[in-house]
Design a binder for this molecule. Structure first.
Ligand code: ADP
Ligand code: ADP
Ligand code: ZN
Length: 213
């Protein structure tokens, strides 16, 4: 099963993608997590990506596409995957499509997690991230068991640099300009499904599993 998560920054794509990955036994592939791991390890890729991420801009397609295609070519992705944060532009979606076509494969479902802009800034300022294992929490809605500490790996949780309100505004603009057109793209392919992302995390997940079966 090959699934794409669509939605604004902070819509809950990552939260849902992790639950989907667990239930269906497929890897959760997040380009944002891959970039953050590279930043943390001080790689050349990380340094390059950080220039864009800190401003709320997209990392150039060329760089991003290569990373993603390398990742999904790995053995653990053979039975499928859930993509979180990719594609984010039409050219990225087209490259993915062509790569899948060559293998005689296709995307089974693109899930659009719909949350209005008004809710987003509040969600992001409350988001706390574990940069070690990629887990995400929310100080009000989805708190960790111990304040500031990751439930899964006990690392310290942080407010991401790009989750500050000024940067979130830029990211929302980028979303509407560059990523939202993908809703039409996947509607055209007959695989788009929209869920109400303002519901409780468990209710959103129930809507998604009803779609995926
Ligand atoms: P969120 O879902 O909260 O917006 P992500 O972790 O998916 O955050 O992405 C964080 C940042 O990483 C993005 O703002 C962008 O700079 C970069 N990024 C992640 N995925 C992509 C992508 N597919 N194309 C370009 N940039 C990306
Ligand atoms: P995305 O990957 O789309 O950027 P996340 O999954 O990281 O979004 O969620 C953004 C923030 O909102 C996080 O702090 C997360 O814990 C919280 N969150 C996710 N889903 C919900 C929900 N259904 N209701 C309330 N808060 C949520
Ligand atoms: Zn962790």
């Amino acid at each position: 099963m090959k699934i794409i998560m669509l939605g604004a920054p902070g819509a809950g794509k990552g939260t849902q993608a992790k639950m989907i990955a667990e239930k269906y036994g497929i890897p959760h592939v997040s380009t944002g997590d891959i970039f953050r791991a590279n930043i943390k390890n001080g790689t050349e890729l990380g340094m390059e990506a950080k220039k864009y991420m800190d401003q709320g801009l997209l990392v150039p397609d060329e760089l991003t596409v290569k990373i993603l295609l390398d990742r999904v070519a790995q053995a653990d992705c053979a039975e499928g995957y859930v993509l979180d944060g990719f594609p984010r532009t039409i050219p990225q979606a087209e490259v993915l499509d062509e790569a899948l076509n060559r293998l005689g494969e296709k995307i089974d479902c693109a899930i659009n997690v719909d949350v209005p802009d008004e809710n987003i800034v509040k969600r992001m300022s409350g988001r706390r991230a574990c940069l070690k294992c990629g887990a995400t929490y929310h100080i009000e809605h989805i708190p960790p068991k111990r304040e500031g500490i990751c439930d899964s790996c006990e690392s310290e949780l942080v407010l991401r640099d790009d989750d500050k309100p000024e940067t979130v505004q830029n990211r929302l603009k980028v979303y509407h300009d560059q990523t939202q057109p993908l809703i039409e793209f996947y509607t055209g392919k007959g695989v788009l499904k929209t869920v109400d992302g303002t519901a409780d995390m468990q209710d959103v997940f129930a809507a998604i599993t009803a779609i995926l079966g």
